[in-house]
Design a protein around this ligand. Structure first.
Ligand code: SF4
Length: 600
């Protein structure tokens, strides 16, 4: 196979057995890789009775056919399993260098099943895999774990994906870290890794990805790289990181404030990426073959933090404006604590903000919190709650279950800012109404990476060739629903290719590169149908796991108009938008079920 190594590593932790399995070529051709391929594999295995934290829930690490090649930004990998947080399809992906290194070690993916009796870590070096006792790294933070395992392996350049204390304690907000502080953060898959007693996977390889037409491929990837030079959004990402969007987001009311209940608040501008670049940036960081380098390495002298990964725009919202904290150094420090323990900042911020809201409304009291007063704007309290959550101590044991569980416990599920139990990210659907479709139909619950309508409607995407045309952000129409669905299909293809969404080569160029890598003969117009097939298989799997059409909705909190700011008075018209999306996907409007079920 060109573009693929053709092998999946199977590791049964219960039996301590390791074997190679041939990649299913038919599945690869139809679902490409990453979370698309993993969903097709797991469709055959998962059912409603699978315990997300039990040994029968497989954990898959998957790459795509371009990963580890010279294609710009082709350095990501996906992690997939049934989510313990949402109990539906769980996927998370991360950049850095772990994905390419896994390919150089000889594998397209790793399938972890069962659970080890005591903590272990897995090494994969040039096709040789081995399990090791992890007793001496269990309990260590993500940075110490990566350093020690590289040392144990005697491979200074090994790439390590690992969990922190939160994953070990099966906190449902736990992610998986790699390459210092990159994270496959969402849907609690760090807890799945912890439930298997698997601390880490370390990979090192010297192989190459076999390409169908290497010279043509190289020429195409050079073209993709050249397009980034002089591209304004790319320049902004390089200079200011994703935080470069924060001031504009605030102006448009895309930046959530005070648990999604305020449309503007002047101090929020203090969290800007410009201020961060001027005062706290140490250097930019980049993933494999990235032509942008949006990653931030910062410092927060007030907290003696000398080297912090991030924060990203999402972190500044989730641990800043959502909690009414506008001190950049405090947010950098909170971000660092989450990194050390290995937790998803979006889900954690959404859960802590609900705790503040419940406390303000008298629905949570000091008697429930072990005497803690949980108020908006209190950064010291946030630091304390991060620690308690990661350790599952005191009120932290409740917060570790996530926002939806907290709202239910307080008797106010209507206050949960989640979709299908996944905490809403830092893009308000009242600012871009198409985001309502993205969130309501995202296969993993509320997720901004499954259809970035805020990028499309700002004119920053590059998809005219495949019907992705920028529109008005406050348009409530059937056609807007269709566009959002098309974009969701497109981004699901991206997640299958495991490409970074910040680098958007034109679809004809991407199709040509994919063909040169694999020997396929795809046209640009074939890409959206593949993306739709991937959305369909995730949808059908979710329906197997209990999802219903009635779950395609937004939380009530986001259907109330904001009184002020750039989205004042706007609310998404869900029936109209969803009708357009169902039509675009070809789903039954009554059941929400894909009608092309037999085609998966
Ligand atoms: S733009 Fe940022 S996230 Fe994307 S590949 Fe580059 S450094 Fe990684």
């Amino acid at each position: 196979m060109h573009g693929y190594l053709g092998r999946i590593l199977r590791v049964d932790l219960g039996r301590g057995a390791i074997s190679d399995e041939a990649l299913n070529e038919d599945y690869a051709r139809r679902y490409v890789g990453g979370s698309g391929l993993a969903a097709r594999y797991l469709y055959d295995v998962l059912d409603a009775g699978t315990d997300p934290l039990g040994p029968d829930n497989p954990l898959l690490f998957m790459t795509g056919p371009l990963v580890g090649t010279s294609m710009t930004s082709a350095g990501r990998y996906s992690v997939c399993a049934r989510s313990p947080l949402t109990r539906i399809w769980g996927e998370a992906n991360s950049g850095g260098f772990f994905g390419p290194e896994l390919r150089y070690a000889g594998y397209d993916g790793v399938w972890i099943s069962g659970a080890a009796r005591s903590p272990v870590w897995l090494s994969i070096v040039d096709g040789q895999a081995e399990l090791h006792d992890a007793g001496d790294v269990w309990g260590s933070d993500i940075y110490a774990a990566q350093d020690r395992l590289r040392h144990s392996l005697g491979e200074a350049k090994a790439r390590v994906a690992c969990i922190g204390l939160a994953g070990e304690r099966q906190v449902k907000l736990a992610g998986i870290a790699n390459d210092h502080g990159r994270f496959a953060a969402r849907t609690g898959l760090g807890a799945v890794m912890g439930s298997k007693n698997l601390k880490a996977i370390a990979v090192r390889g010297s192989g190459k990805v076999p390409l169908h037409a290497p010279d043509e491929f190289k020429a195409l990837t050079n073209q993709a790289l050249a397009l980034l030079k002089g591209d304004t959004p790319s320049q902004s990402l390089r200079e200011f990181g994703t935080a470069g969007y924060l001031n504009l987001a605030h102006m448009l009311s895309d930046l959530p404030l005070r648990y999604f209940q305020l449309g503007e608040y002047a101090p929020a501008d203090a969290l800007s990426g410009v201020d961060m670049a001027e005062h706290f940036l140490r250097r930019n960081t980049a993933c494999h073959k990235c032509g942008i380098a949006c990653g931030r390495e910062t410092r927060a002298p007030a907290y003696n933090d000398d080297r912090v990964d991030g924060p990203e725009y999402e972190t500044l919202g989730a641990l800043g404006s959502l909690l009414m904290i506008f001190d950049l150094q405090a947010v950098i420090h909170a971000s660092h604590l989450c990194n050390l323990y290995g937790m998803d900042v979006i889900s954690l911020g959404g859960t802590l903000a609900l705790a503040c809201e419940l406390f303000e409304r008298g629905l949570l009291s000091a008697a429930d919190t072990g005497g803690l007063e949980i108020r908006y704007g209190d950064s010291e309290m946030v630091f304390r709650l991060i620690e308690l959550t990661a350790r599952r101590e005191g009120i932290g044991a409740v917060l570790a279950e996530g926002n939806a569980a907290l709202a239910e416990r307080a008797g106010v599920p209507e206050l949960s800012a989640t979709v299908n139990r996944l905490e809403v990210p830092m893009h308000d659907p009242r600012a871009y109404l198409g985001m309502a479709v993205t969130y309501a139909l995202s296969p993993r619950g509320a997720c901004h990476m499954q259809g970035d309508m805020y990028e499309l409607d700002l004119g920053r995407d590059n998809g005219e060739d495949i019907g992705l045309v920028p529109g008005k952000r406050h348009e409530n129409s059937f056609e807007k629903g269709r566009t959002a669905a098309r974009l969701q299909a497109w981004r699901n293809l991206y997640n299958a290719l495991t490409l970074c969404e910040f680098e958007n080569p034109p679809p004809p160029l991407l199709a040509a590169a994919l063909n040169a890598a694999t020997g396929w003969t795809l046209a640009a117009q074939d890409l959206i149908p593949i993306g739709k097939r991937i959305v369909d298989v995730k949808r059908l799997l979710n329906m197997k796991l209990g999802l219903r059409r009635a779950d395609d909705r937004l939380p009530g909190l986001l259907l109330k108009p904001l009184a002020e700011g750039g989205a004042a008075g706007q609310v998404p018209d869900m029936p109209t938008l969803l009708a357009g999306a169902y039509a675009e996907f070809g789903w039954d409007p009554d059941t929400g079920r894909p009608t092309a079920e037999s085609a998966i």
